[in-house]
Write a protein that binds this ligand. Structure first.
Ligand SMILES: C[S@@+](CC[C@H](N)C(=O)[O-])C[C@H]1O[C@@H](n2cnc3c(N)ncnc32)[C@H](O)[C@@H]1O
Length: 205
């Protein structure tokens, strides 16, 4: 079994952006949920497992200047920086496994589309939650998108855990309140439908 970094670097160096199932030209649902959670140009946002996502482009276009992208794949971050060109110096880039050692100043918003659902081991989920509590400010919000109960059981050759908003809120525990949720059917670049859920979980003050 290759390490996570090896697996994901292989993906990000052998497939183009449109050859991966999760590609979306515009992260509309993520942006909508971040706005619902109160995002402004002054917000600090962390995109966990941001990879090659266009979310960072959209956040910069909205005038945010406190944006961090974390990914286990250095190759993904190289690709995102190349795409951003002269704007690549604006975000902070962290090459790390979300379940490993890393740190960043507190953020108002934590965004994760299609990363938490890969954490099959309870110990990994516990480490993810510890980072979430270390990093998200009191009253801040996490937008977490995973495959829904009727979604795929695997992605990129890896098994995934599927969640409803309620089961995700239960998994994150009493420090979080489920403030909103949205079901979304993502269409892959080759036309398949994938059922996602997006949850807005606010950290209790
Ligand atoms: C399915 S892709 C989703 C990418 C992006 N969030 C999007 O919506 O386009 C999963 C991403 O998370 C990264 N990743 C997977 N496991 C990770 C982990 N444990 N820690 C940090 N990043 C991880 C991968 O390198 C990849 O970029």
């Amino acid at each position: 079994m290759p390490s996570r970094a090896t697996h994901w670097n292989q993906v990000h160096t052998t497939k183009t952006d449109r050859e991966v199932s999760w590609f979306e030209a515009s992260p509309d649902v993520s942006l909508q949920m971040l706005h619902d959670a109160g995002m402004t140009a002054d917000s600090c946002v962390l995109d966990v497992g941001g990879g090659d996502s266009r979310l960072v482009d959209a956040l910069l276009a909205e005038g945010l200047r406190c944006v961090t992208v974390l990914d286990v794949s250095g190759a993904a971050l190289v690709r995102a920086r190349a795409r951003l060109g002269g704007s690549a110096s604006l975000p902070t880039w962290i090459e790390a496994d979300v379940t490993g050692p890393w740190t960043t100043p507190a953020v108002d918003l934590w965004h994760d589309r299609a990363v938490f659902h890969f954490l099959a081991e309870a110990e990994d989920r516990a480490r993810y939650k510890a980072h979430l509590l270390d990093t998200l400010s009191s009253g801040g919000s996490a937008i977490i998108a995973t495959f829904a109960p009727d979604g795929p059981t695997a992605c990129s050759g890896l098994p995934v855990q599927r969640y409803s908003p309620e089961s995700l809120a239960h998994e994150l525990g009493p420090a979080f309140e489920l403030r909103g949720a949205r079901a979304h059917v993502h269409t892959t670049p080759w036309g398949s439908a994938q059922s996602f859920q997006y949850s807005w979980l606010q950290r209790r003050r």
